[in-house]
Ligand binder design. Structure first.
Ligand SMILES: Nc1nc2c(ncn2[C@@H]2O[C@H](COP(=O)(O)OP(=O)(O)OP(=O)(O)O)[C@@H](O)[C@H]2O)c(=O)[nH]1
Ligand SMILES: [Mg+2]
Length: 326
């Protein structure tokens, strides 16, 4: 495969080339890894920036329905929209977006949209790396908005927030008056909370839930990266396409403000640093498992630590010393 040629096609916005490029970065073959690194380096020449929107929500909250409606609204404005996912469980489910292509039927047929399921790996670190690289490719291919979806069941929200400019939390109307057990940490990374299903019988509950969350957001510490009135909560109906324009207007207000106040660049810079360090960590761990001598030492020390013969720290230092010597 000619990497230069592939890169040119990606930069020209060819969807098939983009899909092939993502397949390349998802490959774990060492020769493909080298080609992928080269490809990413070449496309980095483009200084295009998409608006990267992270989107999380528990199963059934309406993420797919929202992405379809919201995505269609954006493409109708002439914007090009890419949809990616971080789904560490996709090895089990076969990839949520893939099964979803039927649900996102209109969007997947839209020439201005590009939908790509989560890479099928079970380990979050690997999925995160592939998705982050896919975001970079979509950006180079000239997509205006990149939506990165994740099911809110654990660490993946933080991972998605680390590769997004804006983080949107989708919630369902609560039955009672409880705050649906959304972890404080997740509340703290949300820029916009959307209470979905604000239609029909669910509308009053959605409005109550929204008011509850608006109140809870006001109690959080003011963050430097927010203008007045952010983070904010509002109701939407993905199904009836209600409130989507307002939600988009909020996203624009927030991202424009962050661009003007340099919070945007600062966030991207710290994300780049974070991912660099993560790559080093992943690389070092890979070395540990690939090097026969090192993994034998790991096994042996692991047993000693388990038996209480040596401390975890002392044992780790012996491995690190060995790693330095390799
Ligand atoms: N009333 C109403 N129902 C909705 C709305 N959005 C989604 N739903 C319904 O909620 C159900 C789940 O929607 P999905 O879009 O598949 O939810 P999801 O978050 O993608 O779910 P997972 O992929 O399983 O995590 C479907 O039956 C939708 O029709 C809405 O705005 N209003
Ligand atoms: Mg879904």
């Amino acid at each position: 495969m000619d990497i230069q040629e592939l890169a040119e096609k990606v930069l020209a916005g060819e969807r098939r080339a983009l899909a092939r490029a993502i397949t390349l970065i998802e490959s774990r073959r060492p020769d493909h890894r080298a080609e992928a690194a080269e490809l990413l380096d070449v496309v980095k020449r483009s200084d295009r920036q998409a608006l990267r929107i992270g989107l999380s929500g528990t199963p059934g909250v309406g993420k797919s329905t929202f992405i379809e409606s919201f995505g269609m609204m954006l493409t109708a404005k002439g914007l090009r929209v890419a949809v990616l996912a971080v789904d560490p469980s996709s090895a089990r489910s076969g990839g949520s977006i893939l099964g979803d292509k039927t649900r996102m039927e209109r969007l997947s047929r839209d020439p201005r949209a590009f939908i790509r399921p989560s890479p099928s790996q079970s380990e979050l670190g690997g999925v995160a790396r592939r998705t982050r690289e896919a975001v970079a490719l979509c950006e180079a291919a000239g997509y205006d908005v990149v939506l990165i979806e994740t099911v809110g069941v654990g660490q993946s929200e933080t991972v998605v927030a680390e590769m997004s400019d804006l983080f949107v939390l989708l919630l369902a109307p609560a039955g009672g008056d409880e705050l649906q057990g959304v972890k404080r940490g997740i509340m703290e990374i949300a820029d916009i909370i959307l209470v979905n299903k604000a239609d029909g019988e669910l509308k009053p509950a959605a409005m109550r839930t929204c008011a509850d969350y608006a109140g809870a957001l006001r109690l959080l510490r003011k963050r430097p990266q927010d203008p007045d009135n952010f983070p904010k909560a509002r109701t939407v109906s993905a199904l009836q396409e209600g409130g989507l324009e307002d939600a988009w207007a909020d996203m624009i207000t927030l991202s424009d403000w962050r661009r003007e106040t340099s919070h945007w660049d600062a966030r991207r810079a710290s994300q780049a640093r974070h991912w660099f360090e993560e790559e080093v960590r992943l690389g070092a761990l890979a070395r540990l498992s690939q090097d026969k001598e090192l993994s034998a030492l790991m096994d042996q020390l692991g047993t000693e630590v388990a038996k209480g013969l040596t401390s975890p720290r002392a044992a780790a230092e012996r491995v690190i010393a060995k790693l330095n010597a390799v």
